[in-house]
Design a protein around this ligand. Structure first.
Ligand SMILES: [Zn+2]
Length: 445
């Protein structure tokens, strides 16, 4: 009788631990939150041990802890490699929510079978206890599912984000002047800026100015999210144009010649050359000064007096390290400001624009889309990616407001551009997919 109570108590504690696990493990496993992940693993191990211990104790086995330990080890040996199997064989790509969901179902079934077996072996006296345990297991199942669902929503593009429906979405976007097939190279941004500086000043204008709004990791099909208040539509309504462009050195479906990554993307736009020429074929490479960016060439060619770069990704400090040194030596009026975050990037550019004699070439890069893309998935049905796009537009509108409210605005000839360095697929970029390779260039004229 005493033994029976012990067994029921152990089973009950195991079920309560299971329920506790439902609150921590989806977050721990999906977001790779190491602290919660560790707690989740410990709870899984202890739960499994207690259930096995109850099962083997019920057979009157005096040394039940030994087979319970072996059972727990076997359970973990099956559970741990499941990440690899589920991600690669079931989803074909990393899908943490998928692993967590499948793990939840399998654990639920496995624990249910154990509880029923324990009940069977301990007889009628365990009826109430077994009922409570099963109830806790069911609640575990529901709580886990609720915790997994937002992530499923955010990353369900694995099932729907195919090349075919990418084309379909792009066809449905009306703002673009061209198609994926006739996409322009991202290096065209450099040409557009040079042409602006080169063109004669329109009547009544005395100075050339350029503002670039760079949206890191913003996909070309994010334009399905335009809602009438975006800075993109604002430029288009004022006579601007939007083009589909490509990164990676070659248009889809040709093979890429440089990674669809951040450093090669921005460097190709700022130098007007591909990686084969400027050497930045991936992140983490220091650019030689043979190929200078527009920040320097526009000054040396006599187009402008001052350029400014506002960004919050420290990789740019590596890419342009030599160039920054060169500017310091030459005493050029160039600003290279590594900001804490997108708010600081916006505030710094705003402060610049509020100066009577603001920088003539202002280049900003906002990380909203790329950050949420890496964290939650690059996909325009993902609420977190939608939020990032909205935030990018909000900051863009603030900066365009600042341009248009300059006291000298009427005598200045402004070109405003919005662009991106690459797209993204699932939670990353750098490869060949159409989702990673297409970006866009929106011009104010
Ligand atoms: Zn990027």
């Amino acid at each position: 009788m005493l033994n029976q109570k012990k067994i029921q108590l152990a089973t009950l504690i195991a079920s309560i631990l299971t329920l506790a696990n439902a609150f921590v493990y989806p977050k721990g496993f999906i977001d790779w939150n190491i602290g919660l992940y560790a707690v989740g693993i410990v709870l899984l191990v202890v739960t499994a041990f207690l259930l096995f211990f109850s099962l083997f104790s019920a057979k009157q086995n005096k040394k039940a802890w030994l087979p319970a330990l072996i059972g727990t080890a076997a359970y973990m040996a099956v559970l741990m490699p499941m990440t690899f199997v589920v991600n690669n064989l079931v989803f074909g790509k990393v899908a943490p929510w998928g692993w967590t969901a499948i793990c939840t179902v399998l654990n639920f079934v496995f624990w249910l079978v154990l509880v029923l077996q324990i009940k069977k072996r301990t007889g009628d006296s365990s009826k109430k206890g077994a009922f409570v345990c099963i109830l806790l297991l069911v609640v575990f199942f529901v709580v886990s599912a609720v915790n997994i669902y937002p992530n499923y929503m955010a990353t369900n593009f694995i099932l729907y984000d195919t090349t075919d429906n990418y084309y379909e979405r792009m066809d449905g976007i009306e703002i673009y002047e061209n198609t994926v097939e006739t996409a322009i190279p991202m290096t065209q941004l450099h040409t557009m800026i040079e042409e602006h500086f080169n063109a004669p000043l329109p009547e009544g204008k005395t100075e050339k100015k350029v503002l670039v709004l760079g949206w890191d990791g913003c996909r070309a099909d994010a334009m399905t999210l335009l809602d009438g208040t975006s800075v993109v539509e604002r430029l288009l309504q004022d006579g601007g144009k939007a083009y589909i462009a490509y990164c990676g050195g070659a248009n889809y479906p040709e093979n890429i010649t440089q990674a669809t990554s951040t450093a090669p993307g921005w460097c190709s736009m700022l130098t007007g050359q591909w990686g084969a020429s400027h050497g930045i074929t991936g992140n983490g490479i220091e650019k030689e000064n043979e190929q200078m960016s527009l920040f320097v060439t526009a000054i040396e060619d006599g187009y402008i007096d001052a350029s400014a770069f506002y960004f919050s990704w420290d990789g740019h400090l590596t890419t342009y390290g030599n160039e920054i040194e060169y500017c310091n030596e030459k005493g050029y009026n160039t600003t290279w400001l590594y900001c804490d975050d997108d708010n600081m990037t916006a505030d710094s550019a705003l402060a610049d624009l509020q100066q009577a004699d603001c920088s003539d070439f202002i280049f900003t890069i906002f990380e909203y889309c790329d950050r949420n893309g890496h964290e939650y998935g690059y996909w325009n049905l993902n609420p977190m990616y939608q939020q990032a796009f909205a935030d990018s537009n909000e900051k863009g509108n603030l900066l365009v407001d600042a341009v248009q409210s300059r006291p000298t605005y009427e005598t200045e000839d402004w070109l405003i551009l919005i662009t991106s360095d690459h797209g993204g697929y699932v939670r990353g970029h750098g490869d060949e997919s159409i989702m990673e390779r297409m970006m866009f260039i929106v011009t104010s004229k």
